[in-house]
Each structure stands twice: as C-alpha cells, then as structure tokens.
Design a binder for this molecule. Sequence first.
Ligand code: FES
Length: 112
Amino acid sequence: MTEAATALCRLADIEDGEGKGFVLGEGSARWELVVIREGDQAFGYVNACPHVGTPLEMQPDRFMNADGSYVLCHTHGALFEIETGYCVAGPCAGQSLQPVALRLSHGLVFLA
Ligand code: FES
C-alpha cells in the first residue's frame, strides 16, 4: 500500500479549529505535516515555518493562536491564514507555509 493511499487519521480525530501533526517517512525522507481542521474541511501544510524552518508547534498538536483564528508559529509568533497558509504577521510576513494537498473520503483524511 502506498503512502498516498494511507489515511492519516479520521477528520473527527482533529478538534474543529485545531491542528494535528504527523511525521511521515524515515531518515532523509522524513518530513512533518500539520493538518488544520475547519469544520468539514482540512488544510495541510509542511510543518516548517518559512522564517527559519522550525516546526510550528512547541507542544504536541498546539498549532493555533489564542483565539483559533490563525495558525501560529510558536518560535517567533508568525501568524498564517488557515485556508491559505499565507503569513499575515511576524518575521516572515508575505511568505507562506508550503501547502500539502489532502483528500477527504468517508470521514478520513488522506494525502492527495
Ligand atoms: S521560526 Fe516561525 S516565526 Fe520564526
């Protein structure tokens, strides 16, 4: 079974308005992904801040700012739009998270 055919999780496993992190691959092919849930939608991004490349969260699955309106980089406070990954404030303003295409099917989240 290929990675693309493997479900990451159930959409219901992610609290609405929150994110969930995943580590995929191994060795030099290892990479991190964050999936943000917004209602019945899910948005995927490589979990690396465009500022200096660190993961966005400092505690597991804590990806959002205080009111849940933006994805927050906890290293230096950059804010990213949930639906686009565009950075609206912080040291990498005007840059974007790298999007990862997702597919939802039968309540499951897949890499597209
Ligand atoms: S590493 Fe994300 S804002 Fe600096």
